[in-house]
Design a protein around this ligand. Structure first.
Ligand code: AMP
Ligand code: MG
Length: 337
């Protein structure tokens, strides 16, 4: 105890394994996983480019179905031949966690929805609403219960494609945090991959991390609220404003309801999930968005996660653990329930 207290004082003066006088904040903005990577790492040397490489390798070598040599592509290729593919422990663990979330969300989160999202091609240049019969025939090929994990081996039923897109950025946050934990020099960091963020460690000045919540009905960067958190947390937001097109006055966005094959349509326009895992915060934000408010709150509770649910009418619901941490910035537009 005495040693700890001494260390704490000495740490302030001379850096007894704590943040030394050489600690600086290194920042970098880049691209990874088809989105913006933001890094702020506190330490004595700039590791931001190294971490960017770790995340870009994760995308290319493991998670991206676009890369022929990635593990996910190999699983899909083997699956088409009726064969299983042996992955590694981490990858099989991610798939198992995704399947558990799929089951607990009643299929609202579905890591086999990839072929349908490709049909909708919402990120393409001229997206249009697909033909009903094409949607129905692809729906027949989806279903998380058709993915089988046996140890490190993954087997897909015929026609099924695995796609970890809805949890990939969160997995990136997990990988980033594990990588940072191995670097003794790093005292704290905040890493954002698109809508997924990890706050890592304690800020050197002792103040909490502040995470902004995007106004779902305003330009990029306009915040409707802010969240203050201490220590390591994973925060992910899914919203109908991130990727969408409009046809005949209807907004078609990128989060599909696996029950219908169409973009999820309920009162929600944005969901933020906060918990102690990147994969889960990312997966939960997508699942909750599909489920709608009431079921979303139950799912968050099942996982012991916190959340911010924004409805199209401006009503905001937060879970109990965030009451002292979240505040609305645009009070004329949004109200807490
Ligand atoms: P996110 O932005 O994390 O909510 O993830 C959305 C992405 O996940 C989409 O661009 C699709 O590629 C994929 N996706 C869409 N709907 C679902 C769903 N219901 N379950 C799993 N992945 C989905
Ligand atoms: Mg997600």
């Amino acid at each position: 105890m005495t040693f700890f207290i001494l260390c704490l004082f000495a740490g302030i003066l001379a850096g007894c394994n704590g943040p030394s006088s050489k600690t600086q904040a290194f920042t970098r903005t880049d691209f990874v996983m088809d989105t913006v990577l933001g890094e702020k790492i506190y330490g004595s040397q700039d590791l931001t480019a190294d971490l960017q490489k770790v995340l870009s390798d994760l995308e290319k070598e493991q998670l991206s179905w676009r890369e022929a040599e990635s593990i996910v592509a190999k699983v899909n290729e083997a699956g088409q031949k009726g064969e299983s593919y042996e992955t590694d422990e981490a990858f099989a663990g991610w798939v198992s966690d995704c399947l558990e979330l799929a089951e607990k969300s009643g299929g609202a989160f579905d890591p086999t929805i990839g072929s349908l999202t490709r049909l909708w091609n919402i990120e393409g240049e001229h997206p249009t609403v697909p033909e009903e019969e094409d949607i129905q025939s692809l729906l027949e090929e989806t279903g998380y219960e058709r993915v089988h994990v046996d140890g490190k081996k993954i087997l897909l039923d015929s026609g099924v494609q695995l796609d970890l897109g809805a949890a990939g950025k969160g997995i990136g946050c997990d990988v980033a945090a594990n990588w940072l934990a191995e670097r003794k020099d790093v005292t704290a960091a905040v890493i954002s991959i698109g809508g997924s963020i990890v706050t890592y460690g304690e800020k050197p000045d002792g103040s909490p991390w502040t995470v902004g919540i995007q106004d779902p009905r305003n330009e990029d960067g306009v915040l409707m609220g802010s969240l203050e958190l201490e220590g390591t947390h994973y925060i992910s937001t899914s919203g109908d404003y991130e990727r969408f097109f409009e046809e005949d006055g209807v907004r078609y966005h990128h989060i599909l309801d696996p029950a219908t094959g169409y973009p999820a349509d309920n009162s929600l326009c944005s969901v933020t999930a906060v918990c102690d895992s990147g994969l889960l915060s990312d997966g939960l934000s997508t699942a909750c968005f599909v489920l709608g408010k009431e079921k979303a709150l139950k799912l968050l509770e099942t996982y012991g996660a916190e959340g911010i649910l924004i409805e199209k009418n401006g009503q905001v619901t937060i879970t109990e653990g965030l009451t002292k941490r979240f505040r609305i910035l645009e009070k004329e537009k949004y109200t807490l329930e």
